[in-house]
Design a protein around this ligand. Structure first.
Ligand code: ADP
Length: 349
């Protein structure tokens, strides 16, 4: 193999740097030069004025210095042009011109689609699942998920302490896009009483009834964990009419949010002082946990081994606690199973 390229694409995730380090260590062990491609697929489209803004030879001493840094040293971005076959061909030609004979793509399912296309254009690619969302069915965990959950668990524990001090219920919104895994695991780990996810339909009225039940039992510190995607599985609710009728100004067509939801619950539950917190980007920018770092190292190592062995068009993942690989096409076809039993347990249904 002449050279290997590596890029991070899509949303950033804790552990992306650790995966790049593992790729660099394995490549260095076999004397294969490594090229870091900047800002996802954008770095292959030669949009910058200087080549060094798009690509950088990754020397081991530079890379070893980023092992314990959060974020992604290579930067990450979305790249709309990559949806266009002509730009993808341009990218494949760029890789060939640079003597890059294999590419490691660290990102989510969208990034894997891009890698699949590059494989069909003759560029051997291996994908590493880098996303906090845990929304890839073929793998038990994605890089960054464990860290994101731990950030949420720490935050919810602190919130539950202040909730208890003030006898206030709290709505806590966590990330995950269309996947409720971060929300569910956070709920299970913190003793939250209610969890709402995009995978299961729910209604404002029923959540309010559950909250009233808790209050009647003397529990004023109910925690309601909501996944950022849960609003898409909410039964229709006329927030505008409800809030305005209860003396709270709200404009027509305003989308619901964790803050508005807390406001609605307050008015449905005897004016209990419900509050809301949106945890946000700390979930993505934290140092990776040991579990994420270890997975990153094993995944990065395996990715380069596959390329060296001439195996491509594969994604690396975790199954039954072990790192494994399978074809990108098959991996992307797998359907996610939401842990409904756990969900029912938290919501005591
Ligand atoms: P993620 O990789 O985290 O799922 P996105 O879905 O935003 O994030 O995808 C990241 C990038 O991957 C996109 O900006 C685009 O460059 C590329 N990509 C996504 N979907 C495709 C596709 N169907 N074909 C080619 N490239 C794609």
């Amino acid at each position: 193999m002449k050279k290997i390229g590596v890029l991070t694409s899509g949303g950033d995730a804790p552990g992306m740097n650790a995966a790049v380090v593992a790729v660099a260590l394995n490549a260095a062990m076999y004397g294969i030069p490594l090229v870091g491609i900047k800002r996802g697929y954008n770095g292959l489209l030669r949009k910058s004025e200087s080549l060094s803004d798009d690509m950088e030879e990754l020397r081991l001493d530079t890379v070893l210095d980023i092992a314990d840094r959060p974020g992604t040293y290579l930067r990450t971005a979305r790249c709309a042009e990559f949806m266009d076959p002509q730009w993808r061909k341009f990218a494949a030609d760029t890789l060939r011109a640079m003597d890059i004979g294999g590419l490691v793509v660290i990102g989510g399912d969208g990034s894997f689609q891009g890698a699949r296309h590059l494989c069909h254009l003759g560029i051997p690619c291996i994908g590493i699942p880098g996303t906090i969302d845990n929304d890839l069915a073929y793998t038990e965990m994605t890089l960054g998920y464990d860290t994101a959950v731990n950030v949420c668990v720490d935050a919810v524990r602190a919130i539950r302490a202040t909730s208890r001090s003030h006898d206030r219920p709290h709505v806590v919104e966590v990330m995950g896009r269309h996947c409720g895994d971060i929300a569910l695991t956070t709920a299970v780990s913190t003793g939250a009483e209610i969890v709402l996810v995009p995978e299961v339909r729910w209604s404002v009225e029923k959540v309010a009834a559950r909250l009233r039940e808790q209050i009647a039992k003397g529990n004023y510190r109910t925690t309601i964990i909501v996944a950022e995607g849960c609003w898409e599985s909410m039964e229709p609710f006329d927030m505008y009419t409800f809030l305005n009728a209860h003396g709270k100004r709200c404009y027509e067509g305003e989308p619901i949010s964790a803050y508005r939801f807390a406001s609605i619950l307050k008015r449905m539950c005897g004016n209990v002082e419900a509050r809301a917190t949106v945890i946000g980007y700390t979930q993505r920018g934290e140092q990776p946990t040991a579990r994420d770092s270890a997975f990153a190292f094993e995944a990065g190592n395996l990715a380069v081994r596959l390329l060296r062995d001439g195996i491509s068009n594969q994604v690396v993942g975790m199954r039954e606690g072990k790192v494994f690989y399978m074809s990108i096409d098959e991996a992307l076809k797998e359907k996610r199973h939401f842990r409904r039993e756990l969900y029912n347990l938290v919501n005591r249904m």
